[in-house]
Design a protein around this ligand. Structure first.
Ligand code: IMP
Ligand code: MG
Length: 184
């Protein structure tokens, strides 16, 4: 059932689940017999990471990172690590999992930081990509969907002022919902 706060559903839970199964199959093939770590960037990736991890059948580690958002640090251009990885990724094959790639600034900073930890390889999986807005080119190996036109979306981990992460689909919030939740 669609929430009254959602104007239209862009990707249903069935569509997303099909796509995640496809991506998991590719990952199963690409990383057979290799030490694999999935890294979820909090908070937006928690749903896609848990679904993807359960759809992958090869053994793997799961770890998380939390960073300050780029918008908070625009003046310095430095992203602060709020929560770092718990385990070493040295000589491991890393897949960084994100909910959405917008300007690409957050993810490109994260990739630079992770490279200093000497992983065997590093690649990126994102559920959604806003193609017209990429300021910094980030190579995406596993992509859910290209969001074109690049609307503001919520659900499946994506929030508006921390709400709507729990929706099992990706959709566009109504103008009323934007106003209702604008000051939390
Ligand atoms: P960027 O790629 O550095 O611009 O940052 C991407 C981050 O911005 C994502 O991890 C989201 O937290 C947030 N974001 C970008 N577009 C949306 C959207 O449409 N809905 C919700 N969050 C978004
Ligand atoms: Mg996010």
């Amino acid at each position: 059932m669609r929430s009254n706060d959602i104007e239209k559903v862009l990707y249903s839970s069935e569509q997303i689940s099909e796509k995640i199964k496809e991506i998991a199959k590719q990952i199963d093939n690409d990383y057979q017999d290799k030490p694999l770590t999935l890294i979820g960037i909090l908070k937006g990736s928690y749903i896609v990471l848990s679904d993807l991890s359960r759809a992958i059948t090869i053994p793997h580690h799961v770890d998380f990172m939390s960073v300050s958002s780029y918008e908070d640090t625009e003046s310095t251009g430095v992203i602060k690590v709020l929560m770092d990885l718990r385990n070493s990724i040295k000589n491991r094959n890393v897949i960084v999992v994100e909910d959405i790639l917008d300007s690409g600034l957050t993810l490109s900073h994260i990739l630079e930081m992770l490279k200093t930890k000497e992983p065997a390889s590093i690649s990126v999986a994102v559920l959604l990509r806003k193609p017209t807005q990429v300021k910094k080119n980030v190579d995406v190996k596993y992509l859910g969907f290209d969001l074109n036109p690049p609307e503001f979306v919520v659900g499946y981990g994506l929030d508006y002022n921390e709400y709507f992460r729990n929706l099992p689909y990706v959709g566009v919030p109504t103008q009323e919902a934007i106003e209702k939740y604008s000051n939390k």
